[in-house]
Design a protein around this ligand. Structure first.
Ligand code: NAI
Ligand code: MG
Length: 482
C-alpha cells in the first residue's frame, strides 16, 4: 500500500524576523562595531542565501568583552542577591516565551532545522532552562558545596551550531544563576539567535556586562578561552577542539567542562515493541538531521528480529518529508554547512568502500542548499569507519548481536560514552544492561529526551562535567573561600 499523501506547501512566514544587513558585537550591554578582526557572512543553508553580515571578533574585541564581564562581576553581579538574579532569569524566560515564534523562525533560517523542531523542541527547552535555573539562584546552599558557595567569576563559553540557542541556554542559565558573568561565542554558521538573545538581555534590563556575546570563528574562540582573566571555560563541540582547549588551559587556574562527541548505541532486543522502537530509532538519528552529539547513530539489533526491524524502518523513512525547513510538514531540513555535508558524504562513501550496504530514502533533493537523504547502512562491522567515527548527519549504521553480553560489548566498543538507548519489554533487562553501559545518559524505550532538571554529559572522549540539574550547577560554583 502506498502510504504517502500529497501535501500542499505550508510555510511559516519569515516576516516576523526583522534582519538587519550587518551586526556588531554585544559588549557591556551595548551593540557596537568590532575594533579588530573582520566581518563574515552567515547564510541560510537551505537556500545559500546570505542572511546577514556578522563581526568576527579579534583579540582586542575579546579583551574588551572579558574586561566588561570582569567589571560587571566585581561591581554589580557578585553583589546581586540570589533572589534578584533569579528574577532576571525568570524575566528572560518569559521574554523567550513571548518571542518564541520569532526565535523559532530565526533559528530555522540560520541553522536549517525544521520549524517543527525549533518551534516544538528547541525554543520551549530554552525557556525551560531559564525557568529551571531561576529557581536555583537563591538556593545555592543546597547544591552540595556547603553554605554560600562562590561563583568562579568570568565564564568563557563556546558553543556549536547544532542547537544554537539551546546550547546558549545550557551555558548561560546556570552560569548566571550561580553568580558568574559571561562571555559567550556562538558558532560561526549560526550566530544570529545569540545576538537576538543579547537584545533579550537588554529587554530584561540585565545589568550591563553580565552577558557579553562575541561572534567569530575558531580563532575568536581560542582567544576567548585562553584570555588570562577568564576563570571558567565551558565548551561544547568536537572532541578535537575540546582536546586543544584542555591543552591550552592546562596549568592555569581555570576550571573546565567539556561536552564533546558521541557514537551512541541504540540497542533493540527481540522482545521490544517493534513499531515503538522504529519511531525511537528514527527520532534517535534523524532528529535535527542527525546533528546531535547524543544521536543514536549505531543501531544494535538482535539478529532474530533484524530483518523485520530494518524493513519497517525503511518503510517509515520513506514517508519522511525532506525540504524547506520553514514548512510545517518538513521532517528533515538542510545540512548546516558545506563542510559538514562534505564530511557526511565522505564518511558515507567510506561505508560503501568498506563493504557495508547503503540504502537511502527516496526523496527529491532541492537544487540549492545542502542536503543529505536519510541513509541506513546494514552489514556494518565494528571495524568500519561508519561504526567508529561520529558522522553527525542523517546516517544510521546497523550492527546485529545474538546475546545481551554481546550487545553490551559492542555498545561499549567506542572511544565515546555520551548516551545509549535500550528497547525491551522487561524492566529487569533495562536495569541489567544500563548498569553495564559506559554512557552518561541512558534512555529506555525512548530516545533524545531532555529536561533541564536532568544532568547531561559523557564518559571517556565524550568529555567531562555535567549540564543541567544539581550536578550542572556544580560546574559554576566552588566552596566558599576556595
Ligand atoms: P568545532 O568543535 O570546530 O566547533 C564548535 C565551536 O568551537 C564553534 O563555536 C567554533 O567556532 C569553536 N572553535 C573551533 N576551534 C576552536 C578553538 N581552537 N578554540 C576555541 N573554540 C574553537 O566543530 P565543527 O568544526 O563545527 O564540527 C566538526 C565536527 O565536530 C562535526 O562534524 C561533529 O562531528 C563534531 N561536533 C560535535 C558537536 C557536539 O555537540 N558534540 C557539535 C559540533 C560539532
Ligand atoms: Mg547560518
Amino acid at each position: 500500500m502506498n502510504q504517502s499523501f500529497e501535501y500542499s506547501p505550508a510555510p511559516e512566514s519569515r516576516a516576523i524576523v526583522n534582519l538587519a544587513t550587518s551586526y556588531g558585537l554585544f559588549i557591556d550591554g551595548k551593540f557596537a562595531q568590532g575594533q579588530d578582526g573582520a566581518p563574515f557572512k552567515t547564510i541560510d543553508p537551505a537556500t545559500e542565501e546570505v542572511l546577514a553580515e556578522v563581526w568576527g571578533a579579534g583579540p582586542k574585541d575579546v579583551n574588551r568583552a572579558v574586561t566588561a564581564a570582569r567589571k560587571a562581576y566585581n561591581q554589580t553581579w557578585r553583589k546581586t542577591s540570589g533572589r534578584e538574579r533569579g528574577k532576571y532569569l525568570y524575566r528572560i524566560a518569559r521574554i523567550i516565551q513571548e518571542r518564541s515564534r520569532e526565535l523559532a523562525v530565526l533559528e530555522s533560517l540560520d541553522n536549517g532545522k525544521p520549524i517543527r523542531e525549533s518551534r516544538d523542541v528547541d525554543i520551549p527547552l530554552v525557556a525551560a532552562h531559564f525557568f529551571y535555573h531561576a529557581g536555583w539562584a537563591d538556593k545555592l546552599d543546597y547544591v552540595g558545596l556547603g553554605s554560600s558557595p562562590s561563583a568562579y567569576g568570568v565564564a568563557a563559553q563556546v558553543i556549536p551550531w547544532n542547537f544554537p540557542l539551546l546550547m546558549l541556554a545550557w551555558k548561560v542559565a546556570p552560569a548566571l544563576a550561580a553568580g558568574n558573568t559571561v562571555v559567550l561565542k556562538p558558532a560561526e554558521t549560526t550566530p544570529l539567535s545569540a545576538l537576538w538573545f543579547a537584545e533579550i538581555c537588554q529587554q530584561a534590563e540585565l545589568p550591563n556586562g553580565v552577558v557579553n556575546i562575541i561572534t567569530g570563528d575558531g580563532a575568536t574562540g581560542a582567544a576567548l578561552v585562553s584570555h588570562p582573566d577568564v576563570d571558567k571555560v565551558a565548551f561544547t563541540g568536537s572532541t578535537e577542539v575540546g582536546r586543544q582547549i584542555a591543552i591550552s588551559i592546562a596549568g592555569t587556574k581555570k576550571s573546565l567542562t567539556l561536552e564533546l562527541g558521541g557514537k551512541a548505541a541504540n540497542i533493540v532486543f527481540d522482545d521490544a515493541p517493534i513499531d515503538q522502537a522504529v519511531e525511537g530509532i528514527v527520532n534517535g538519528i534523524f532528529f535535527n538531521q542527525g546533528h546531535v552529539c547524543c544521536a543514536g547513530s549505531r543501531l544494535l539489533v538482535q539478529e532474530s528480529i533484524a530483518d523485520a526491524v530494518i524493513d519497517s524502518l525503511k518503510r517509515r523513512l520513506s514517508t519522511l518529508r525532506l525540504g524547506d525547513p520553514l514548512d510545517k510538514n518538513t521532517d528533515i531540513g538542510a545540512i548546516n554547512s558545506a563542510p559538514q555535508l562534505a564530511k557526511i558524504v565522505e564518511l558515507a562513501k567510506s561505508g560503501e568502500l568498506d563493504g557495508a550496504n547503503k540504502w537511502q530514502a527516496p526523496c527529491q533533493i532541492p537544487e540549492k542548499g545542502y542536503w543529505f537523504a536519510p541513509t541506513v547502512f546494514t552489514n556494518v562491522t565494528q571495524s568500519h569507519r561508519i561504526a567508529r567515527e561520529e558522522i553527525f548527519g542523517p546516517v544510521l549504521s546497523t550492527l546485529t548481536f545474538r546475546t545481551p553480553s554481546e550487545a553490551v560489548e559492542k555498545a561499549n566498543n567506542t572511544p565515546f560514552g555520551l548516551s545509549a538507548g535500550i528497547w525491551t519489554e522487561k524492566g529487569s533487562r533495562i536495569l541489567q544492561i544500563a548498569s553495564q553501559l559506559k554512557a552518561g545518559v541512558i534512555w529506555a524505550n525512548t530516545f533524545n529526551r531532555f529536561d533541564p532538571a536532568s544532568p547531561f554529559g559523557g564518559f571517556k572522549e565524550s568529555g567531562y562535567g555535567r549540564e543541567g540539574g544539581r550536578q550542572g550547577m556544580l560546574g559554576y560554583l566552588r566552596p566558599r573561600g576556595k
